[in-house]
Design a binder for this molecule. Structure first.
Ligand code: FAD
Ligand code: NAG
Ligand code: NAG
Ligand code: NAG
Ligand code: NAG
Length: 816
């Protein structure tokens, strides 16, 4: 008997050891992503990070050529080179379909084999992989490569030109064109504009521009050498470089730019009539805009800041985004306190709004204890004490941040604008902390900003350089240039509004003096001019007050809401009392807290509970402002993805301050406004390149390029991607819950919710689903589930392991 027990134990031990090993291994796997992050580049740098898993798919048989940096994260030269490589990636962003940048950290244990297989001995090593590289290809090394963006760019062009048979399909021909070719150009190419760059043979401008515009439709760029005398005399060209637009009839005009340089040409060409980014619908006129959104279109001046946007941003941020946290504590509380403090100090708002911000600020400053509930915060935010002349207008009225579609621009645009305004306002306060506003923004974005990937990218930038900010103007600068980095990254992304393309801001038209060129012809900002432009653009005196809701009206609405809330509260108390009496009669009190899903299920089916009906009635009567009671008895279903299961203490408190259901319902807007798609940009390019590749595997190197591209269903691509990835949120999450088409259409229209027209069509379940969806993709959620599962495994394994060790020891001790 004893022996059998012993054997059983040992088998069990073996088994548990296996589990333990497995779990430890799994835990290690989980730690790996952070090891990858330890490299010199992050996901925000537009550089493909190679790993043993993706190296083959990136480098072999790719439609684009690839430049790879092999580095070691500890090597000083690599660290010194990394900012150059990052700028290069930003500089060559538009070239991605033809040539992409990648990097691999050879110091990371898991990458060792990769680096060995490419025979890397020193760091940093740059290698060029041709398009359609075959297995076994180890790339062409760049020997003694230059350590500046311009030099590297030229080197890459040189390498691109070495492609012989298998030219990267997305890459237009780079060699100079001749008069003979031009004659037949329009016969074989279906483009509206042909830009000719006249230049010296050693100049790279023509080829750079060809690549800069390769993702744009309706335009082709060709270089013409100074030695092409026929054309030079025909067009009367005297300056090199210079750019001419050439048309089918043989007529031509010179492109007018401030400086004859790449960036100015590129900007001007992208804005020519009819030129659109591949895969993007063409910009629509404001006529079409008026009807594409439910909100009436508000005409506005594109080069001005509107107070209506700033107030809408405050409303959205404080009533929607912060509301996702039922209890605010720790980092989030610090973030909120800082944010409100900065707003109270620098927001250039009207007196009513300033009074409100100040009262919220003093409430937060005087608050004692480590946490606050959102409901308590909201009492102050909604001025429940009814202090005179104090209010934050409800609802959003986007003006300068209107988008051509409901899912474009709006809130994130407002967030940028708000913080630009705040950094500029702070420069008026002489002795304040230069990093104060930026710190508040960083913390806010980190804790609350619904677009989690955006927050991650922003945090990467902040970590990199925010701490270097040492003056108030440097803070203005930092935010401006960080915003431009984001614009660069997002240009062409699906989240870009075709009517408001992402540019390096301000454009040469807006601020000609801000732009200049270096001696080598590269673009450079004139920092002094840019600073004075920013200071005046975002100054409080130039903020327009159009479309603002009238103060008297705001205050009246607030009073009304307050009164109806009071009434609802009374009714609520009455019902609760009754409910409690009914509960007392029941024999089994609620013992365990139901899990979130259970709650949802129950709420769906619990029509039979009498209280529920009473509540529903009240909800209808209460109208918008009513503190509609959507929770019953002891159950609370605060729909926050971040919220932990409620504690007993919080519960009774929250019953008293019931959260108006309007808050929960409007949360769905978060998902709509913020479309983080830039992680899919690469895939988008790939798809495009492949599509082109399919139409012509090996491209003849002539002028005929655009014709073939023309045939693809270019327009549909973006839309298909949207639908396929479910990113844009045209389909609300709850769409899969057996809804008929009509309802769905209605819902789509309803996406344009303002404070007034939230509605009965939002089922409770739908609300919860959209809650779950705030800033979380499905991937995020499944990652959470996996993480949760794995930590459980770890704990289990540890438990089993130690238990068995104890047992073993006990067995050993008991044996002589
Ligand atoms: C912190 C933060 C991080 C984000 N990260 C991502 C992300 O990773 N991925 C993603 O898809 N989206 C991200 N977004 C959203 C994205 O940046 C845009 O806000 C959104 O796509 C709306 O774009 P928009 O056309 O309204 O212009 P926005 O970029 O929102 O700019 C708003 C307005 O500010 C002005 N402006 C533009 N550039 C500058 C500048 N450099 N300096 C001063 N003013 C300027 C212009 O008038 C412009 O219309 C982020 C937003 C924020 C606030
Ligand atoms: C390379 O890709 C093409 C399609 O792009 C495919 O037809 C071919 O089989 C691939 N070759 C290899 C070796 O994978
Ligand atoms: C070029 O000439 C044609 C007629 O020959 C004319 O219709 C067209 O508008 C001209 N284009 C430009 C840009 O001048
Ligand atoms: C927009 O709608 C109005 C009516 O609401 C209509 O008169 C107008 O023609 C529409 N415009 C477009 C471009 O469809
Ligand atoms: C828009 O604002 C700019 C800057 O103040 C001004 O120069 C321009 O005339 C305005 N445009 C319109 C149409 O009002």
């Amino acid at each position: 008997m004893a022996r059998r027990c012993g054997r059983a134990t040992s088998r069990f031990t073996l088994y548990s050891r296996e589990i333990a090993t497995l779990a430890v291994w799994l835990c290690l796997c989980l730690l790996l992503p952070s090891a990858v992050e330890a490299g010199l580049y992050t996901a925000s740098d537009q550089i493909v990070q190679l790993t043993p898993g993706n190296v083959e798919s990136v480098l072999l048989n790719s439609t684009a050529a690839t430049v790879v940096e092999f580095y070691a994260s500890w090597c000083g030269h690599c660290i010194a080179f990394s900012p150059v490589y990052k700028s290069l990636a930003r500089d060559l962003k538009e070239w991605k379909p033809a040539v992409d940048l990648a990097a691999v950290d050879c110091a990371a244990e898991e990458n060792r084999k990769v680096c060995i297989s490419y025979s890397i001995r020193g760091y940093p090593t740059l290698k060029f992989f041709h398009a359609y590289s075959k297995a076994g290809s180890t790339g062409k090394p760049f020997r003694d490569f230059p350590r500046d963006v311009r030099g590297l760019r030229h080197k890459i062009i040189d390498q691109l030109e070495t492609h012989s048979e298998t030219w990267p399909p997305a890459c237009p021909p780079l060699e100079p064109t001749s008069e003979a070719e031009l004659d037949s150009f329009f016969e074989t190419n279906n483009v509206q504009h042909l830009a000719l760059i006249f230049e010296e043979a050693k100049s790279y401008v023509g080829r750079e521009l060809t690549l800069d515009l390769l993702q744009f439709e309706n335009i082709a760029v060709r270089r013409v050498l100074k030695t092409e005398e026929g054309l030079v005399t025909k067009l009367g060209v005297t300056e090199f470089p210079s750019c001419y637009l050439y048309y089918p009839g043989g007529n031509f005009t010179r492109l007018k730019v401030k400086v004859e340089a790449r960036m100015f040409y590129s900007y001007a060409l992208q804005r020519l009539q009819g030129v659109v980014r591949s895969g993007k619908p063409p910009p629509v006129t404001t006529d079409g805009l008026t009807n594409s959104t439910e909100d009436p279109w508000r005409p506005f001046n594109r080069s001005r800041v509107y107070m209506a946007d700033l107030e809408s941003t405050l409303h959205y941020s404080l009533r929607m985004e912060v509301a996702a946290h039922t209890i605010i504590k720790g980092e989030a509380l610090i973030a909120l306190t800082k944010y409100i403090a900065v707003l109270a100090e620098y927001f250039p708002g009207r007196p009513v709004v300033m009074n409100l911000l100040k009262s919220v600020n003093s409430w937060l400053q005087n608050h004692i204890g480590g946490e606050i509930s959102y409901d308590a915060f909201k009492e102050i935010l909604d001025n429940s004490a009814q202090s005179p002349d104090t209010a934050l207008p409800e609802g959003v009225r986007w003006v300068g941040c209107q988008g051509s579609q409901p899912h474009f621009r709006r809130y994130p645009c407002g967030v940028w604008t708000l913080f630009h305004v705040l950094t500029v306002q702070a420069t008026n306060a002489e002795d304040s902390d230069p990093q104060e506003v930026l710190y508040a923004m960083r913390k806010y974005v980190q804790s609350f900003f619904g677009c989690r990937l955006c927050a991650e990218h922003f945090e990467n930038m902040a970590r990199e350089s925010m701490t270097d900010v040492d003056t108030l103007s440097a803070a203005v600068f930092w935010l401006w240039s960080s915003h431009n980095r984001v614009n660069n990254r997002l240009a062409g992304a699906l989240s870009e509004d075709p009517n408001f393309p992402k540019i390096q801001w301000p454009s040469p038209e807006m601020c000609p003096a801000c732009h200049m060129v270096k001696d080598n012809g590269d673009h450079q900002w004139n920092k002094d001019q840019a600073l004075s432009f920013l200071l005046s653009y975002f100054s409080s005196s130039s903020i327009l007050k159009d479309y603002l809701e009238d103060e008297v009206q705001i205050l009246a609405k607030q009073r009304e809401k307050h009164t109806s809330q009071q009434l609802a509260l009374e009714a609520q108390k009455h019902i609760e009392r009754k409910a409690r009496e009914a509960l007392d009669l029941m024999t089994h009190p609620l013992t365990s807290q139901p899990t979130v899903e259970e709650e949802e299920e129950e709420e769906e089916e619990e029509g039979e509970e009498p209280q529920d009906e009473a509540m529903a009635d009240e909800e209808e009567e209460g109208g918008e402002g009513a503190a509609a009671a959507d929770e019953i008895g002891g159950k609370t279903s605060e729909p926050s993805p971040w919220a932990k299961p409620e504690m007993e203490v919080g519960r009774s408190r929250r019953q008293a301050h019931r959260k108006p259901s309007i808050v929960g319902m409007r949360m769905r807007d978060v998902q709509e406004d913020i479309v983080d798609l830039d992680s899919f940009v690469n895939q988008h390019y790939k798809a495009k390149a492949l599509q082109v590749a399919a139409s012509s595997r090996v491209r003849p190197r002539t002028l005929q390029r655009k014709v073939e591209q023309e045939s693809g269903p270019v327009f549909g691509l973006g839309m298909e991607l949207d639908g396929g990835l479910g990113m844009v949120g045209l389909q609300p999450m709850e769409a899969d819950l057996e809804l008929d088409v009509a309802q769905q259409t209605k819902r789509l229209q309803k996406r344009e919710l303002t404070s007034q027209n939230f509605g009965e069509e939002l089922s409770r379940r739908g609300r919860w689903m959209s809650m779950l969806n705030i800033g979380f993709s499905k991937v995020d959620i499944s990652l959470c589930v996996i993480l949760y599962f794995m930590s459980t495994m770890c704990l289990l394994a540890m438990y089993v392991f130690f238990k068995n060790r104890l047992k073993l020891r006990r067995v050993k001790i008991s044996l002589p």
